[in-house]
Design a protein around this ligand. Structure first.
Ligand SMILES: Cc1ncc(COP(=O)(O)O)c(C=O)c1O
Length: 356
């Protein structure tokens, strides 16, 4: 898309990427079959590859990350049972109350700093059940944590959570939509992360740049139940190898390059800091900037071909990805620094004395 003479710099989300010619060619050439009958070789290849990579015995291709998470939660937590997660978790904020609606799951939240759930935090929260008390059944962690700004749960933290939960007989589901970013940022391997959870959902359509899909990794004993849940949620797909092929292509071509997205996020954060704004130091590909009248900043930037979001009234969010190269990010920086300075100056000039 172009606005005026400029290519649009779309930093609203890493979900906006479009498949390039190589990925499209791989999709067109995919061998397919009816996956509801378990007969799609390309889906099978994707599932097997990811199961092997993260060290799980089973895997299930789903149309979305939401569906992968909800299947996982329903597998681990029954109706009338309790899930503990961060108050800003994606499964709560952006999944249409599905734990309650479809799983009958009671959620109890903790307010984790930077969205990072620790064993210390959990120790004071998880409950053993008794005839009068609802016990905790599972814990959910998000790697990386989106609403906190792409923050990373360190491996040691996850291991400690795993130890505590295992000791208490609780399961752990990891929403690893952006686990690829955590791997790129820390050098931690897929298998090391995989060892810290009972189930793990990974997205193909965010940093990896595929158009559709997630894969839920789980013990193979749970696979047939997971397939039934997916079907019941309307996620039984037929010749979905055409989509899985995009995921396989992304695993071959788009994993290594994620470090570039992180470098672009660093560059944006440094530039906006230099321009006088408070920026949360990005850990991965998400940059959060504090600025008054965030909605106005978003609206003005769009007119200059720079697309960002305002998750709060005084925060602007930028997400770097495959389709926003260095040139686009540099332009976004110039435009945002100018627009934000202008908006803030306007606020200063119009606010009553003492209000800024
Ligand atoms: C942390 C996290 N989990 C899950 C999802 C859901 O993925 P999808 O949009 O494929 O349903 C997202 C989407 O942005 C996400 O950020």
């Amino acid at each position: 898309m172009t606005i005026g003479n400029f290519e649009t710099a779309d930093l609203r989300s890493d979900t906006v990427t479009r498949p390039g010619p190589g990925m499209r060619a791989a999709m067109a050439a995919a061998e397919v079959g009816d996956d509801l009958f378990g007969e799609d070789p390309t889906v099978r290849a994707l599932e097997d590859r990811l199961a092997g990579l993260f060290g799980f015995s089973g895997a299930l291709f789903t149309p979305s990350g939401v569906m992968a998470n909800q299947i996982a939660l329903q597998l681990l937590v029954g109706p009338g049972e309790e899930l503990v997660c961060d108050a800003e978790a994606h499964v709560l904020a952006h999944e249409e109350a599905s734990p309650a609606r479809y799983g009958g799951i009671q959620t109890r939240t903790v307010s984790a700093e930077r969205g990072v759930i620790t064993a210390e935090l959990l120790a004071g929260v998880v409950r053993r059940g008794n005839p009068y008390t609802l016990g905790t059944r599972a814990v959910e962690v998000e790697q990386t944590h989106t609403r906190a700004g792409g923050t990373v749960h360190p491996l040691e933290t996850l291991r400690a959570v795993r130890e505590l939960t295992a000791g208490a007989g609780l399961a752990v589901h990891m929403d690893g939509a952006r686990i690829w970013n955590a791997m790129a940022a820390t050098g931690t391997s897929a298998r090391e992360y995989g060892e810290t959870a009972d189930s793990l959902s990974v997205c193909l359509s965010k940093g990896l740049g595929a158009p559709v899909g997630s894969v839920l990794l789980l013990p193979v004993e749970q696979l047939s139940r997971a397939r039934k849940l997916r079907h019941g949620l309307g996620g039984g797909m037929r010749q979905s190898g055409i989509l899985a092929a995009a995921g396989l292509y992304a695993l071959d071509h788009h994993v290594e390059r994620i470090a570039e997205d992180h470098a672009h996020a660093e560059m944006l954060a440094a530039g906006l800091t230099d321009a006088g704004f408070t920026v949360r130091p990005p850990e991965t590909n998400i940059v959060i900037v504090e600025v008054a009248r965030a909605d106005e900043v978003v609206a003005r930037a769009v007119q200059e071909g720079v697309l960002v979001t305002a998750p709060g009234p005084e925060t602007v969010r930028l997400v770097t990805h495959l389709d926003a190269g260095q040139k686009a990010c540099r332009r976004a920086l110039d435009v945002l620094a100018a627009v934000m300075t202008d908006v803030v100056t306007g606020v200063r000039n119009t606010a009553p004395a003492g209000h800024l």
